[in-house]
Design a protein around this ligand. Structure first.
Ligand code: HEC
Ligand code: HEC
Length: 212
């Protein structure tokens, strides 16, 4: 419990540096975001951020500051490697301005995410206990301690993770564990995933897919 509180406290300003709302004079333009989504992103993520196949992550319903941060992280600052590496997305964001990213993030936040399902009855209990209580012997903090009791996230701090495709969640947890994804503030997710076995990752990812 102590650990969970300490971790949560350090994360309070996790997204501050990326300044979703930096340009307060300009409100995000949801209609413009929809237009870019329909023309550039729909082929993979679905026009409303609900992709038809688990090959691409769901974006609908995600908190806008998180989506904005990911788009910024996929884009390389001049002379630097992008903070989040993915061959497809690193190419896609090349043509997007920060305002386009704000508009897209605001648009997806207004869309409703299609519910997912947990498929593996044998591991739901393990997944639920990791999500709600962590694993005390390993000092693994509860996912719910940061991502919220229903996995819906906390604006400006933690993304929503509920309803996401199991395969995508598994892939991200393994990428954090291997250090291949390293754009998490203060290494929070690398620390969490670093303590998890494949079986624990699979169980919690499956449980999260059916979370409401
Ligand atoms: C050709 C397919 C393709 C297109 C087109 C595409 N994406 Fe993606 N996107 C992906 C893949 C694959 C990933 C998963 C990357 C990973 O595994 O890290 C992804 C990941 C993302 C993520 C991270 C999601 C998360 O939960 O962290 C965001 C945000 C995103 N895309 C937004 C967009 C936007 C906005 C557009 C249009 C401007 C777009 N994408 C167009 C394939 C695509
Ligand atoms: C100490 C706080 C904290 C805890 C505990 C935590 N997370 Fe996270 N998690 C984060 C933060 C912060 C991010 C956003 C990283 C970024 O900005 O890219 C994140 C991102 C994620 C993502 C990526 C989402 C996406 O759409 O790509 C997944 C999946 C995830 N967490 C799952 C979990 C699971 C499962 C647990 C429990 C085993 C957990 N998290 C525990 C803070 C936490």
């Amino acid at each position: 419990m102590k650990l969970r509180l300490a971790l949560a406290a350090t994360a309070t300003f996790a997204f501050a540096a990326t300044a979703f709302a930096a340009d307060e004079a300009r409100k995000p333009d949801v209609a413009k975001g929809r237009q870019i989504s329909e023309t550039v992103c729909a082929a993979c993520h679905g026009a409303d951020g609900n992709p038809p196949t688990p090959a691409y992550p769901k974006l609908a319903g995600q908190l806008a500051p998180y989506t904005f941060k990911q788009l910024m992280n996929f884009k390389a600052a001049s002379g630097k490697e992008p903070e989040r590496k993915n061959a497809i997305m690193n190419g896609i964001v090349a043509t997007l301005s920060p305002d386009d990213m704000r508009d897209l993030a605001a648009f997806y936040a207004t869309q409703k995410e299609k519910p997912g399902v947990a498929k593996n009855k044998d591991t739901v209990a393990l997944g639920q206990s990791i999500f709600r209580g962590g694993i005390v012997e390993k000092s693994l903090p509860a996912c719910a301690g940061c991502h919220g009791p229903n996995g819906l996230g906390v604006p400006n701090q933690y993304p929503g993770i509920a309803n996401q495709w199991t395969d995508y969640t598994v892939a991200q947890l393994k990428a954090f564990r291997a250090g291949e994804r390293g754009n998490d503030p203060q290494g929070m997710m690398r620390t969490v995933a670093g303590k998890m076995t494949d079986a624990e990752i699979n169980a919690v990812a499956d449980y999260i897919a059916g979370l409401r």
